[in-house]
Design a protein around this ligand. Structure first.
Ligand code: AMP
Ligand code: ZN
Ligand code: FE
Ligand code: FE
Length: 274
């Protein structure tokens, strides 16, 4: 089938987005998107929850996750696609990451309480709602309790990297993430390449770890970087991916519907799920 469009980067309340998986599918559909990947951080729950509904709605759902990795202590996000969603090694790793995310969330709450912010682990738990707990949940608790004027301000003042309430998170080595996904039949892509410090130097080194693609269509990747990274992908014989990175109402703007990737571009993903 030709003429279809994809959004391969979305989040739900199973990680740090605010939408339900049904909302992601239905809103994507309303924007004319018929291939969707829900790429929650460290959690595949949305895929199983919404697969049948996506089928009914005529939306091809691509198994996906966004993995937090590191290279030289820089936080690098690797998107994984079209792996076997029933792969046990992947589920075991993800469960482990979700557990350490929860402990880390509680540790941030303890630090913030020591700093005078009267927020509770219980409230952060409620906001995470059983999904992968992240800093955005802690940020929302800070905003609710009046210790920051917005989620962005909460990061600036309290929990951004290096701020007083910040606690680092367990991260994958990129190479290990690539091997795990590849062993389950999937492919990987460097998320939002232009968001990393010194990205022109860093992205080629990320690709050296065996990553298959670069996310060149993303709200934070401008035209110049899109061209830069499209050329780099071509030069290395890799492919490109794209998505809105929609988190619903957590970030300043809802971005679902703003990125439409032509199906022809992501053949390497489509051939793995059909
Ligand atoms: P975590 O994985 O728990 O460290 O949280 C990282 C997530 O927080 C990212 O995926 C973004 O969605 C969000 N985030 C990071 N920095 C900011 C910021 N300055 N303002 C708002 N959201 C942010
Ligand atoms: Zn996120
Ligand atoms: Fe990301
Ligand atoms: Fe994301």
């Amino acid at each position: 089938m030709s003429g279809r469009f994809a959004d391969l980067h979305t989040h739900t309340h199973h990680s740090d987005g605010t939408r339900t998986s049904k909302e992601v599918i239905d809103v994507a559909r309303s924007h004319g998107l018929s291939i969707v990947a829900i790429s929650d951080h460290d959690n595949l729950a949305a895929y199983f929850e919404i697969k049948a509904h996506a089928d009914t709605a005529g939306v091809t759902l691509v198994p996906a996750i966004e993995l937090s990795c590191e290279l030289d202590d820089v936080d690098v996000h690797i998107l994984a696609y079209a792996f076997d969603p029933h792969d046990e090694r992947i589920e075991t790793r993800l469960r482990g990451f979700r557990e350490t995310r929860q402990h880390r969330g509680y540790e941030m709450v303890n630090r913030l309480r020591a700093l005078g912010c009267n927020i509770t682990a219980q409230r952060v738990d409620e906001l995470a709602a059983g999904g992968a707990m992240g800093r955005p949940h802690v940020a929302r608790a800070l905003v609710e309790a009046g210790y920051a004027s917005s989620v962005a301000a909460a990061f600036d003042q309290w929990i951004g990297t290096g701020k007083p309430g910040y606690v680092p998170k367990e991260r994958f080595r990129i190479e290990d993430a690539v091997l795990l996904i590849r062993a389950a039949g999937g492919v990987t892509s460097v998320a939002h390449p232009s968001l990393y410090p010194d990205h022109e130097q860093l992205v080629p080194r990320i690709l050296d770890q065996g990553v298959d693609a670069i996310e060149v269509f993303h709200p934070d990747v401008d035209a110049e970087d899109r061209e830069r990274y499209t050329n780099l992908a071509r030069f290395r014989g890799l492919f490109v991916t794209g998505g809105s990175d929609d988190h619903g109402k957590v970030k300043t703007a809802e971005t679902l519907g703003t990125i439409k990737v032509p199906e022809g571009v992501i053949g390497a993903i489509m051939e793995r799920i059909e």
